[in-house]
Ligand binder design. Structure first.
Ligand code: ZN
Length: 296
């Protein structure tokens, strides 16, 4: 089943709902970065909410970036997404497999830590950038985002994010649900949203049982008008041409050093782990292009 994202609005018109199934995109991230279970869960939850946030952008070319660092062993989690449903990202340490002793669940909060921040930046139109930063609550990602939305965007929200990992480390199921109260929301709307979240099974188990995003919406037994259904995917738009441009930003001396190495140089994309090789010849061409540019 393809990863999907549905945006809907409750009949009162005061509560927005986003439901995402993200098993394939989290599995794609796992394969790209060779993620171990706890790293998969931490990045997978962030990728899923990233895909949802990407869909809140209005225009082509806009981008949202999430950065999380809680001082835990996983280091920094970085995710970005656009309005087309493309999301990509990475974690500092992909090789974490830690569980909580009490319940055997993947210890995302321990891996992330909670002595740090969650930061969201939006690249809207050309240069104006909106940034909100909050302190982490638990490092479990979902809770941290609920806090972010209420504090930084003044939008009371409930967030449920989940990733289920199989014994062979592959991703069995992943998904996310975001409920947001709009400015006109009443006490009744708030109760409704709270009730839904309190009674909802973990979203990853819903997805694991074969439920689609629409099935999940229907299982809430509410009058929900669907506003948009779209697909989401793990996708990185990096290219050799783009890395060529970033090599050109280097100092001539540094380029020269690379050229002196007969075997050329390898550049790795942080977001998708793709390797790009530049031969000595290609590096020389970049060097001469830069030299010519400087003379003008
Ligand atoms: Zn890439």
């Amino acid at each position: 089943m393809q990863d999907q994202l549905i945006k809907g609005i409750f009949n009162s018109g005061n509560v927005l709902i986003y439901v995402a199934t993200s098993t394939n995109l989290v599995e794609a991230a796992r394969q790209a970065h060779d993620l171990w279970p706890t790293s998969s869960a931490a990045l997978g939850r962030t990728l899923t909410i990233g895909a949802i946030l990407g869909k809140t952008l209005k225009n082509e070319g806009e981008k949202i970036t999430i950065q999380i660092n809680g001082g835990g062993p996983i280091g920094t989690i970085l995710v970005d997404a656009n309005s087309n449903g493309d999301v990509r990202g990475f974690v500092g340490d992909p090789h974490l497999a830690m569980t909580y002793q009490e319940n055997g669940k993947l210890a995302v909060g321990t891996a992330v830590g909670k002595d740090g921040y969650l930061k969201v930046s939006k690249d809207i139109s050309l240069k104006s950038e909106f940034t909100g930063t909050v302190a982490l609550v638990s490092g479990e990602i979902g809770e941290d985002f609920a806090y972010y939305f209420s504090l930084s965007e003044q939008t009371p929200s409930a967030v449920s994010l989940g990733v289920l990992v199989a014994n062979d480390n592959s991703v069995l199921a992943a998904g996310g649900i975001l409920l947001q109260l709009l400015p006109g929301a009443t006490e009744a709307d708030l109760k409704l949203a709270e009730n839904i979240v309190a009674n909802l099974p973990p979203v990853s188990s819903l997805v694991a049982s074969g439920k689609s995003a629409l099935d999940i919406i229907n299982s809430l037994k509410q009058e929900i008008n669907i506003l948009e259904t779209s697909s989401i995917r793990f996708f990185c738009d990096c290219s050799k041409e783009r890395f060529q441009q970033s090599l050109k930003v280097l100092e001539l001396n540094d380029l020269k050093e690379m050229i002196d190495d007969m075997s050329g140089t390898e550049v790795v994309c942080n977001y998708c782990n793709k390797h790009y090789h530049f031969t000595q010849k290609e590096l020389e061409a970049i060097y001469h292009e830069k030299l010519a540019d400087q003379k003008h």
